[in-house]
Ligand binder design. Sequence first.
Ligand SMILES: [Zn+2]
Length: 228
Amino acid sequence: MSVKTYSALLEGNKVLSPHFKVKEFACKDGSDTILIESGLTDVLEQVFRHFGCSKINITSGYRTPTHDKKVGGKGSGNHVEGKAADFVAYDKSGDKIPSAKIVLYLEDIGVKGIGYRCGGGEYATHIDVNYRANKWYGDEKISMSKNIWDIKSGCRSFYDYLGVFRTYRVKIICSALNIRSGAGTGYTVVGTYKRGETAEILSVNAAKSWGKTDRGWICLNPSYSEAI
Ligand SMILES: [Zn+2]
């Protein structure tokens, strides 16, 4: 990972990765110099593949200090260092993908600098690859500096912040585990998982003691299954 300096005039059409060229990261003030951290295109390509995008528009990449101040920045920071990009991703039908979906994926793949609703828009997202010790997970519609856990107490991730259940897989560790039609032993047995089988927990009951799989509900007692 390193920041490289390019010339828009001489290298604008240079291909950085399958879907991105140097000129897409150019400062909107038309200056020739463009700084780009190579880690940015790695993350953007992962987003492209995961969502099966038709295109990703970089709405703001590199910013000169002057331009950064013009758009409300301090004239320093990740955009000025070539380590940040704001983007809008489009699905294969050409529709914009909500930032609410993108940020969950970015969190899953370990991006540390994520700005949900970049600039206040529902479809734009900020990423930076500043390799900071601490994460910055922001909601730019609410604050340009606060973390989401400063906005919503107890929240530790975008899953908590957006109220999205994070699915996970379990492996059955007892000889047979009943699958029931609802979350409780009073519900009908509709099948059985055998030892060693795995299942994805798609949601849980309010007490978090029962989990729903694609076959029905199972008791989440740790002596019956373990997260994998
Ligand atoms: Zn940004």
